[in-house]
Design a protein around this ligand. Sequence first.
Ligand SMILES: NC(=O)c1ccc[n+]([C@@H]2O[C@H](COP(=O)([O-])OP(=O)(O)OC[C@H]3O[C@@H](n4cnc5c(N)ncnc54)[C@H](O)[C@@H]3O)[C@@H](O)[C@H]2O)c1
Length: 315
Amino acid sequence: MSEKIRIGTVGLGLMGSSIATCILAAGHEVTSLTKDIGVAGEARERISGFLTQLEEEGLLKEAPAELIRRLHITDDINLLAAHEVVIESITEDVEEKKKLYHELEKVLSPAAIIGSNTSAIPVSILQQGLKYPERLLGIHWAEPAHITRFMEVICGKTSDLFYAQKIVILAEQWGKEPSLLRKDIRGFITNRIMYAMMREAFNLVEKGYATVEDVDRSLRNDLGYWITFAGPFRFMDLTGIPAYLTVMRDLFPELDNTSKTPALMEKLVAEGAKGVSNARGFYPYTPETAEHWEKTFIEFSYDIRKLAEKYSKKI
Ligand SMILES: NC(=O)c1ccc[n+]([C@@H]2O[C@H](COP(=O)([O-])OP(=O)(O)OC[C@H]3O[C@@H](n4cnc5c(N)ncnc54)[C@H](O)[C@@H]3O)[C@@H](O)[C@H]2O)c1
């Protein structure tokens, strides 16, 4: 697979836009399928802005104006024919995603890879009923997808490992540090671990042990301090394994294992809170402070990427 193959994307929402940016930045022609062509101008502008930021951070080999010319936004699925890889990042809805794959199968060659950016739908479920299920993979990105080095490539029950390995090679050319999951599991790696952490965070808050602010502060200054440098296993190596076993014996039985969703979360969502995108969340925001948090998060994402690259070169 050559470095400059045409890549297709589907969906131009939050993640679809940053995914298209990442692939354009790596030098590919990108055809982005949207169901609403009315958003094309806005999406092109957003992606152009992301490319300009990448240039300012010294992360582009070509000028943003040159790269954005290689983006083709369309609502005609037939224009994805002859693409070797199509990455779907539409709404997290099994039936919507499956409907799209059936449509894609009508235009793509049987060997074209379809990747889904699903957060937590098992790939094996998405493969059901497809004519060529072996070419469907999970290709899981993290936001902002044009900055983070994260990617999980996931095989469903009937995925061909050969296709997954092709994506791993491509992803490395896109500046990612991909992990390959040879077997499908709901939530993959990071979401399983992140949601286990969130469940315990709600447990501490809802039972009155600590406030939202205190939980956030502790995690930022402990996990946040080392987790970009070392995963949990390397961290145990660095800090001494036996003590962790002792703690596990006492602590595991006490950790929250409820399958109920947190009441606090249910309440906020019922009240319409979306987070900084509508300035309503766990913390109070004004539109200005919400925008400030969004901007600062992008600034931090570039800084942490640089720090991660610096230290991965040293190891
Ligand atoms: N937001 C995140 O941080 C994040 C992280 C990892 C994975 N994901 C996953 O990525 C996917 C997209 O998430 P998002 O946050 O970008 O959502 P989003 O709501 O911002 O974007 C989804 C977009 O898909 C479009 N769409 C829906 N059906 C379509 C169709 N049939 N054809 C073309 N476009 C269609 C919608 O109009 C919308 O613009 C979801 O599966 C989500 O679980 C999101």
